[in-house]
Design a protein around this ligand. Structure first.
Ligand code: NAD
Ligand code: IPM
Ligand code: MN
Length: 355
């Protein structure tokens, strides 16, 4: 019996299709060389479909993902013609919330010291992982307008935190630390100002931490945490935080390792389908120019391969990323001269050489 894996491929908007094409070519070549049975099913969910049909995820789309797929490989959404990102809320947040993917895992690993904007910091100093809660907080779209479009307009966005939601992401971070031999879990919150949710995070963190006596813990208010990530990134190992803070800190993390062209992420819920996407957006400023760095999408693919049990492929991708960077077979954001396609092909050749 073949162990067929089905992956939904959602390239999305802007540079999404460019980096996903490159990443997918690499993943197809690698899985074929390994003799693995993968089916890659494209979904045209994104701005074009939204503008044409008013549809984000077609009726039954989430159920289909849950029942018939092992993972989603996603590019990015974002189109200047949809300034409020309505389609992004429906498609991306629709998948995160609708599939209850409560873990947003965003590793920050410096591959080459030259890409770190901090002086005297290398791969040993910049190596942490952000676990961002992915289903609550200010992202829930609970709120509304009052007296809209008048001088007295009121806008309210509620920040929702539940015991269940906070506890499961904190526990996931501790379980990850325990299983990966990590030494410390740091909580980032704003409990000095955001009273009720902050207190819930504080109390829940302490309660869960007590179950993991062998793992160190510490806490920073998120403003100081941002400063300390820049000042002494080596202090951090595993960071757990809320949805909005995690969004911001993970882009800061990308800045420490060479930019968004290198940052990968996974949206997870153990036992369910998972969604893998680069941290970056659709980058309209470079879209369609063959300039986007495909490495974030490639590392995202590696994360997906690990999740699917294809550790040898994941490792080949990670090693190949290091090699193409060392050989300068990279795009202009990393000081190279290659376009997206050529950089992707260089990566694929190296991956194939290892399998
Ligand atoms: P962005 O991540 O798209 O781009 C920020 C900067 O990083 C730009 O200068 C861009 O050129 C550069 N960049 C990003 N990815 C790159 C890559 N792979 N290679 C080289 N350079 C890269 O963020 P933004 O400009 O704030 O947002 C653009 C659109 O993307 C918005 O509509 C936003 O809402 C959306 N967005 C979507 C996602 C997602 O779908 N997951 C994530 C972030 C932003
Ligand atoms: C990300 C993005 C999204 C987020 C946007 C596009 C809704 O910035 O994946 O980091 O805020 O989660
Ligand atoms: Mn973001």
């Amino acid at each position: 019996m073949t162990d067929l894996k089905r992956i939904a491929v959602v390239p999305g908007d802007g540079i999404g299709p460019e980096v996903i094409d490159a990443g997918l070519a690499m993943l197809k070549a690698a899985t074929e060389k390994r003799g693995r049975a993968f089916e890659w099913v494209h979904k045209d969910w994104g701005a074009e479909k939204w503008l044409r049909e008013g549809v984000g995820i077609p009726e039954g789309g989430l159920k289909d993902l849950e029942e018939n797929y092992d993972a989603v490989y996603f590019g990015a959404l974002g189109d200047p013609r949809i300034p409020d990102m309505a389609h992004g809320r429906e498609i991306l947040l629709g998948m995160r919330f609708g599939l209850d993917l409560f873990v947003n895992m965003r590793p920050v690993e410096l591959v080459a010291a030259e890409f770190c904007p901090l002086k005297n910091k290398g791969p040993d100093e910049v190596n942490f992982i952000v676990f961002r809660e992915n289903t609550e907080d200010l992202y829930v779209s609970v709120g509304g307008n009052f007296k809209k479009n008048t001088p007295d307009e009121v806008a309210v966005d509620e920040s929702v935190h539940t015991r269940k939601g906070v506890e499961r992401i904190i526990r996931y971070a501790f379980e990850f630390a325990k299983s990966q031999g990590r030494r410390k879990v740091t909580l980032g919150d704003k409990s000095n100002a955001v009273r009720f949710g902050g207190s819930l995070w504080q109390r829940t963190f302490k309660a869960v931490a007590a179950e993991y006596p062998n793992i160190d813990t510490d806490h920073f208010f998120v403003d100081v945490l941002a400063m300390e990530l820049v000042r002494r990134p080596e202090h951090f190992d595993v960071i757990v935080t809320g949805n909005l803070f995690g969004d911001i800190l993970s882009d800061l993390g990308a800045g420490l390792v060479g930019g968004l062209g290198l940052a990968a992420s996974g949206n997870l819920h153990p036992g369910k389908i998972a969604l893998f996407e680069p941290v970056h957006g659709s980058a309209p400023d470079i879209a369609g120019e063959d300039k986007a760095n495909p490495i974030a999408a490639a590392l995202t693919g590696a994360m997906m391969m690990t999740y699917l049990g294809e550790n040898d492929i994941a490792q080949a991708i990670q090693e190949s990323v290091q090699e193409v960077i060392a050989a300068r077979e990279v795009t202009s954001d990393l000081g190279g001269a290659l376009g997206t396609k050529a950089a992707g092909e260089a990566l694929t050749q190296r991956v194939l050489g290892k399998l």
